[in-house]
Design a protein around this ligand. Structure first.
Ligand SMILES: [Zn+2]
Ligand SMILES: [Zn+2]
Length: 409
């Protein structure tokens, strides 16, 4: 299904819920038209995006960051202050500027439309905004855009790493689906099939056309953008990130938090997601092929010690609390294998190629294998969301998996 067929719909779904999909105008335009159709809007830009669209200087707020603008509460406040005199905010940027604008508009009741400058994340159509508050990432309720202006000329000329990242963030949806199906079967978590049905075809197209995305071919970049927009809507449809985020996002999230802890900029979101996707694929390979790794204890004390090597005490305490409260069920591996086999056989060959194309092995080397192994065995600590890594944990193979997976690079 295409994204335009989804917006504004009311769906009585087989999952038992009625899904109201927000009305968003998705407009294929050349960026100059944005200015003429947004007469009482404030434009939000940063140093990288300021030159992409010619906007009236007096209606433009430039956020500057030494290296990269971050979605911090300070930037949200700065934006709100200026936005008071306007009816609408239009960020010209990728995930970060969109999140800042979306949250600022929500807080003071203004309209919000956006001009994505890179097909790098699925955040444009979502309704939540992850914002850093005193260095801690919190996810706030915000609002969906009224209009999304897509200018293919801008999107296809995005930074090369943002194109790679876009493929990484969309590749994750295969893992997210499998994790969710297993969680439904073994923990009884609610599952909606509609948000897989609406994405699966465009997802396949994106994975197949990865080489062309990287060659900046118009059609391929449009398909990637479409996939990301549908994925963002899926989160809005279900009301949380489950359809878009599984084990791979927990690995990514832990990498991001580790960089932030060290006061460094993490790699672009989709790039760490790609690393997480590689890891989760290997975990599914074990299950599907019945590969048995040595069972090894990974005690709570050991977990705590390793977490403390990476994070300050308060965070470690919070993570361990989450982990202790997490109920990890015993999983019938045969049953699990049967449930995911279809998706595995259909998508994994494509996923493998796509990850190869975007250079996932280089990303892992950049991160460092030892650090990755550690993150692999710790990442199921940070969130109460059942994933394939929890299955390995309950099988007592998580620790040996973390060493095995880095040998597979
Ligand atoms: Zn993501
Ligand atoms: Zn549903």
């Amino acid at each position: 299904m295409r994204v335009k067929d989804l917006v504004g719909k009311r769906i009585e779904c087989t999952c038992g819920k009625v899904h109201e999909i927000p009305r968003i105008d998705i407009l294929l335009v050349c960026a100059e038209e944005v200015v003429s159709s947004s007469t009482n809007a404030l434009f939000l830009v940063d140093e990288n995006t300021a030159s992409l669209v010619e906007v009236p200087r007096e209606r433009c707020l430039l956020l500057d960051g030494s290296e990269r603008v971050l979605a911090t509460m300070e930037n949200v406040e700065k934006t709100m202050e200026k936005l008071r005199d306007y009816e609408e905010i239009v960020p010209i940027g990728s995930g970060t500027l969109t999140d800042i604008a979306r949250y600022a508009a929500f807080l003071i009741g203004k309209d919000f439309s956006c001009v994505p400058t890179a097909p790098s994340v699925d955040a444009y159509t979502s309704t939540v905004a992850p914002i850093l508050v005193h260095g801690v990432k919190k996810t706030f309720k915000a609002k969906p855009p009224r209009r999304i202006f897509l200018d293919t000329e801008i999107l296809k000329n995005a930074l090369f790493d943002l194109l790679r990242a876009g493929v990484g963030d969309i590749a994750a949806k295969v893992i997210a689906r499998m994790d969710w199906v297993l969680s439904n079967a073994f923990t009884g978590e609610y599952l909606c099939d509609f948000v897989w049905e609406d994405l699966k075809d465009v997802l396949k197209e994106v994975l197949k056309s990865t080489p062309n995305v990287l060659k900046r071919e118009e059609k391929a970049v449009e398909v990637l953008t479409e996939g990301l927009l549908v994925s963002g809507l899926n989160m809005t449809i279900v009301g949380n990130s489950r359809p878009a985020s599984g084990a791979e996002h927990m690995v990514s999230h832990m990498v991001e938090m580790y960089y932030e802890e060290k006061g460094k900029f993490p790699p672009f979101h989709g790039l760490t997601v790609a690393v997480g996707t590689f890891v989760a694929m290997k975990a599914y390979e074990l299950i599907v092929n019945g590969i048995e790794l040595p069972k090894e204890d990974f005690s709570l004390a050991e977990r705590e010690r390793e977490l403390k090597e990476m994070f300050e005490e308060e965070k470690v305490r919070e993570f361990l609390k989450t982990y202790k409260e997490k109920k990890i069920p015993k999983v019938d591996l045969n049953k699990a294998r049967k449930m995911i086999l279809n998706v595995y056989e259909e998508y994994f060959p494509l996923l493998e190629d796509a990850l190869e194309e975007i250079g996932v092995r280089d990303l892992i080397e950049d991160l460092g294998r030892e650090l990755l192994a550690k993150i692999v065995r710790l990442s199921n600590t940070i969130r109460d969301r059942f994933t394939v890594l929890d299955i390995l944990d309950s099988e007592r193979t998580l620790k040996s998996f973390s060493e095995w997976v880095i040998q597979q690079v």
